[in-house]
Structure formats: structure tokens, C-alpha cells
Design a protein around this ligand. Sequence first.
Ligand code: ZN
Length: 397
Amino acid sequence: MTVIDPLANLATLIRCPSVTPSEGGALSALEAMLKPLGFAVERVTAAEDGTPDIENLYARLGTDGPHLMFAGHTDVVPVGDEAAWTHGPFSADIADGEMYGRGAVDMKGGIACFAAAVARHIEKNGKPQGSISFLITGDEEGPAINGTVKLLEWAAAKGERWDACLVGEPTNPDKLGDMIKIGRRGSLSGTVTVHGVQGHAAYPHLADSPVRGILSLTQALMDPPFDAGTDDFQPSNLEVTTIDVANTAVNVIPAKASARFNIRFNDTWSVDSLKAEIIARLDRAGADSVLRPGRPPVKYDIVWSERPSHVFLTRNNALIASLSGAVEAVTGREPTLSTTGGTSDARFIKDYCPVVEFGLVGQTMHMVDERVAVADLETLTQIYETFISRWFGHAAD
Ligand SMILES: [Zn+2]
């Protein structure tokens, strides 16, 4: 079975130009790797008005439990300035022990290694005592509407159930073995608009400056801190990302001012409790900081972004121990169990089964000259293979 070689698998995948939303041949290439291993492969195209149709793939080996899912994406971000690449972004060229190509680490590399790990497991032990599935989307780097969410719904509707999931996103900051993600912070954004009264800057008593109001309100959003963090999470943090007045005249008090903010929050909050806290802060600051002495409280409105990301933390010890034990057995390093960084598709999977994330070193992801150390591909394959053995061992206990 050639699938046992992660380097060959990755070269095949990199040569498919699967920039979101294009399938680029990548899912067909993966299908060709999985079918000889005995996987039943299904291709699922998802559509929704206003977004491009997206091809996805679901493949399962085995019919019994326990059931381990590997999740990821074959789509990649655009190459940027192609001329700036040392080797072509779809070349899979190897130089100085590194393979070049868009998606090398994010995350065709993870898929290439997991496929190789399954092939090796089968070669040594036969089919697993249970089931392994691949849930692979072509819409992770895009709007993520026709990807993992719909694929999970589709699979669950036809009776698929999972006991655990490993997401193969790049999780290591510097070296393979640094970090496993066992949860993710939530993310919530909003836009606050303060309405004032437009007027002449020399006659402020006839106007209400919304700029004064937006400054007070944004200050109240940023201070005091929302919490001090927990054992598992960093403190929640709100950043005001832009303040917009769009005023081109120096002698005009504008009519309104807006600010946008984004908060990354830990599990001391839910989306609802956080919204309530933010509104309480805005109401207080609005009441305390009239635009001019004698004026009524600052009037504002707030629009929340659609589809906030919910916070989650995985507490499945068998899953975490299988993975972190595998990392340590292969690399000799004890990985940090982390909840840092941005959101990932794990935020959707957590509604179906416990989920952890471990993949390659993320340093070059989304950059020109994205590349992966050839040695890391072999190491990650060994980690995944060890993880598979340990997880099925634990799950059978
Ligand atoms: Zn990714």
C-alpha cells in the first residue's frame, strides 16, 4: 500500500489546486487513497443561496463502535503573490528537507499523515476493532457554511454516531509535540452606534457630539477586565477593532459614530451572559457620560454579528490521554493542553462528540512559502498511528 507514505500522500494533495471553494481534485485524490484501505467513501455537495456550492467527503471504515472520527479540510487559502514563492505553491517540491506547497501544514499534511497512519495500523493489526471515519470539508477557509456543519448534519441524519474526534489542524507553535488543543475560546462581535446631533464645532451647545459618547462607551467595554481566566483558559479579552465617524470636515460635529469590537471569551461566559454584561456596561457608561452637561444619557444601538462561536472545553480523559500519551511516546515531549488561538471547526464537532486537535507545526500556514519538514510528516504519522492503537485500546476497556 503506497498510502503508508505520508510524503507521497501529501505531494498528491498539494498538486491539487483546491483554493476555496474549488475542489481542485483534492477530494478525489483522497478518495483514491482511502478506497483501497476498505473505506466506504461518500461525496456530499452542499449548497446554499448566496454561497458557492461546496464538495465534501465522508468515509468510514468498519460498521461497529467504538467510532473514531478524523476531521479536517482539503481547501486552502489563496497563494498570494505566486512570484514570491521559492517553489511553486502547487509543486510539492522538496528542498533542504522541506516540502513546499499551499496547504502543506494547513492542513493537507495532517490528512496525508492520518491516512498513512490508518494504512500502517491496518497493515500491522488488521481492521480496527470498531470504526474510523474521515469527515473532510472543502469549506473551512471560506465562509464555512457548506462545510463541516452541513456534513455533520447530513451524517448524523443517516445515523452516524461518533465516540471521539481528532481534528488535524496545525496546533504546534514551534516543534512537533508542543501543543494539543482541548478546547477553544468563544468569539462574539458587535457594532455599537452612538447617535448625536450634527452641528457647528463653534456652537457645541446646539449639537451633541457622538464622538464623546463612543469614546466613553468603548472605554467601558475595555475596562475593567471581564474575568481573570481559569485553569483551562486565558482571561476573556475584548478588543475595539475600529471606530468610525467618517467625518471629513474639521468644523462639523458629526451626527453619529460607530465602533466595532470582538471579544474572545472563556467558559466563565456564555454568548447570552456575555451579551447581557456588554449591554449593562454600555447602559451604565451611557447614563454616566452625557454628551454635554445637562443633556440626556448617551443613546446607542448595538448590532450583534451573526453566528458567534461558542466556547467549549473537552473533558474526555481517555481521548486526551490517548493523544498526549502518543505524542510523548513518539517525541519524548509532554504536550501542553491548550485552549489558545482562534476558532476551528472543532467548535461544530463538539456538539456531536468529544474533540481534540493535533497536527503539524503552524509557523508557515497561510504564508508565502508554506512548507513542512519532511521529518515531521513521518513523526506525525507515527503519533497518529500510536494514538489510533491507544484510543481503540482505551475505548475497548
Ligand atoms: Zn486549517
